[in-house]
Write a protein that binds this ligand. Structure first.
Ligand SMILES: O=C(O)c1ccc[n+]([C@@H]2O[C@H](COP(=O)([O-])O)[C@@H](O)[C@H]2O)c1
Ligand SMILES: Cc1cc2nc[nH]c2cc1C
Length: 342
């Protein structure tokens, strides 16, 4: 399959939503048919059964396969972190952590190794942070579209599972601004400690989000404009990657709060745009549960993690592996000579 030629304007990105492939229902039927014959009471593998069917319908393949998983981590810097001090860490940590990913020293490196997954790290102009969104839109239209296109190009056809993660000091504030603009409510409902700011810091984050919303309210005409005003380059890249994965029939695992907030831009534009995605884990960042409620989703894992960098998504690859191994490797009642219920 040839790789998608990425669009270079936001209008072309919007237009892509009209051409999203749907689920392969035949593959789903084939999976359910085999599942009924496996040596277990129906439904007894719970969400593992749903995961197998989900992989099949979005790959368009029964049985689904998991030979080439990839974790893609996008990194970007945020003007709001530079100007407003909304993180517990300095902005320089974004680039330093990218070096750490490359050197193999981060949590996501270990989790990818355990999951037998490829890991790719993409930096987006780390020395050119977005604008401080309390003053100006975070990105120009051209920068936002370019970052989305970059994320799209990271999606290589032939992958059979794509895990998405981010690295960007200050991006929980960006995620909270996206969530407030997309779903409404009080900014205080959507902010949290992030990397570990104290209660006063969390209040400050809520004020920063409120200020951004007040300044830009009239310009927030659709979800892509919300992304352009409050997102970061790495978050726009995630939006692009989610879209490109859908086009290439690659199921997606989304990581924590910030990653889900970015992907929610697509959900706000089209209620089915995230059907090929699972939320790998629910972050300790309090807004994440609220966000999952809005999206009508339950995460696969709930481990109190709040690291980002794709760590929860990398960990969840093991669940998909387990689901697919049972589906493919288990004996049927007939093969094993086990009596089925009448
Ligand atoms: O996505 C999450 O659930 C999450 C929760 C807390 C922190 N993070 C990570 O921490 C950074 C953002 O936190 P902060 O405090 O700088 O906004 C960014 O690099 C994220 O990967 C991520
Ligand atoms: C050290 C550190 C590691 C991270 N990984 C993802 N976000 C992060 C933020 C910090 C501060």
């Amino acid at each position: 399959m040839s790789q998608l030629q990425p669009p270079d304007t936001l209008d072309e990105m919007r237009a892509l939503l009209r051409h999203l492939p749907g689920p392969d229902l035949e593959a789903g039927t084939a999976v359910r048919e085999r599942d009924r014959q496996l040596t277990k009471p129906p439904g007894s593998l719970g969400r593992l059964e749903d995961l197998t069917e989900w992989m099949a319908v979005w790959q368009g393949k029964a049985p689904p396969q998991l030979r080439r998983p990839r974790v893609a981590v996008f990194a970007g810097n945020h003007g709001v972190a530079v100007a407003q001090g909304v993180s517990a860490y300095p902005v320089a940590v974004t680039a330093q952590m990218v070096q750490n990913f490359v050197a193999g020293g981060a949590a996501v490196n270990q989790l990818c190794q355990v999951a037998d997954s490829d890991l790719r790290v993409y930096e987006l102009d780390l020395d050119r942070p977005t604008a401080d969104f309390t003053i100006a839109p975070a990105m120009t239209e051209a920068d936002c579209a370019r970052a989305m296109a970059y994320g799209m190009m990271a999606v290589e056809p032939g992958l059979d599972l794509l895990c998405l993660g981010e690295m960007g000091i200050g991006n929980t504030t960006s995620g909270a601004a996206l969530a407030t603009a997309l779903f409404g409510g009080d900014p205080a409902d959507w902010v949290g400690p992030g990397t570990g700011v104290d209660a006063a810091g969390v209040r400050r984050k809520a004020e920063v989000v409120a200020q951004g919303l007040a300044v830009h309210r009239a310009a927030l005409t659709d979800p892509f404009e919300i992304l352009r005003h409050f997102g970061g380059l790495e978050l726009a890249a995630i939006v692009g990657a989610v879209l490109a994965a859908r086009m290439a029939r690659i199921p997606v695992l989304l990581d924590g709060y910030t990653c889900t907030a970015a992907a929610a831009v697509l959900w706000a534009a089209d209620r089915h745009a995230l059907d090929h995605c699972q939320i790998a884990h629910v972050s300790a960042e309090p807004g994440h549960r609220r966000l999952l409620d809005k999206l009508g989703r339950t995460a696969l894992l709930d481990l109190g993690m709040r690291l980002g960098e794709g760590s929860g998504a990398a960990l969840a690859i093991g669940l998909v592996r387990g689901a697919l191994a049972c589906h493919e490797g288990m004996a049927t009642f007939a093969q094993a000579g086990v009596s089925n219920k009448d």
